[in-house]
Design a protein around this ligand. Sequence first.
Ligand SMILES: NC(=O)c1ccc[n+]([C@@H]2O[C@H](COP(=O)([O-])OP(=O)(O)OC[C@H]3O[C@@H](n4cnc5c(N)ncnc54)[C@H](OP(=O)(O)O)[C@@H]3O)[C@@H](O)[C@H]2O)c1
Length: 279
Amino acid sequence: MKMKNETAIITGSTSGIGKELARTFLEEGCKVSNCSRNADKVKKTVEEFKDKFGDSVIGFSCDVSDTKALKNAVQKTVEKFGSVRILMANAGLNRRYGPFNYLTPEEVAEDAKIIIGTNLIGTLNTISAVLPEMIKQKYGRIITLSGGGADRPLENMTLYSASKGGVVTFSKCLALELSQREEDITINIYQPGMLKTNLSKDVKIVSGWKSNEEMDTNIELAFEYMSGDIRKSCLTVIPFVLPENDKNGENFRGFSLFKLIRGAMKMNRMMKKEAKSKK
Ligand SMILES: NC(=O)c1ccc[n+]([C@@H]2O[C@H](COP(=O)([O-])OP(=O)(O)OC[C@H]3O[C@@H](n4cnc5c(N)ncnc54)[C@H](OP(=O)(O)O)[C@@H]3O)[C@@H](O)[C@H]2O)c1
């Protein structure tokens, strides 16, 4: 077991990538503190993990926009586990999918507040709540979550991409600051790749753009040809949260770029074929 002496807080760990990360860390012997907004989901997740991992798991209902709740989660984790050596700032969401110009100014304002509020500001809040503890113990491993459009242009998710671009820039700037300090604290950026989770399954289409039926077909094709294996993706995080890690401010991928490009090309061919057959 690679993480026997480790303690972690994972935000947004009641479903998808966060929950799989929690499972992966627990299996490696790490003590894990889970959190998300929905108290029932937190309770269920903790109960599920407790069966196998006993006292190594705790959980809190905590919205990453709520600094008081975050500070409480950190304090309770330290009380229970003695430290927070790892932070996975994973909590995130998306709203409507489609071209920016189809959104009304009101929809842009509403979605931006929620998406940027959760993905970017939530990440800053979480790190800010945990960092004093890491500075005190002179050690920490922080991972933030990148996402589609953060490092290269991508259509139809402009607000989400803007939030993730912000996360990447912030993480690199903080890495520079941390590298100038005496403590051994690093921050790196995880690109999980396209994975079949609630976030990607439950996309809502911007009104007036494509029909739900057309979009469902596209999503199914994307999952078939482009999505990766969540377990394999989460395993790529481990080297970056161990004491041996000396990377700081780096992006790392949980997927094969070659497979993604090949899948995207196959998907485009399938979509063209389908469009032709409908003519
Ligand atoms: N799936 C992908 O293809 C993909 C690709 C690249 C990056 N990502 C990133 O990976 C991360 C995890 O996403 P996922 O795909 O695993 O989605 P998911 O299955 O929908 O899980 C999101 C988790 O975040 C929690 N959450 C949402 N808003 C929150 C808030 N304000 N405060 C605290 N917790 C909150 C949710 O629980 P509650 O509803 O109970 O709060 C849930 O546990 C996100 O940052 C996402 O942007 C995903």
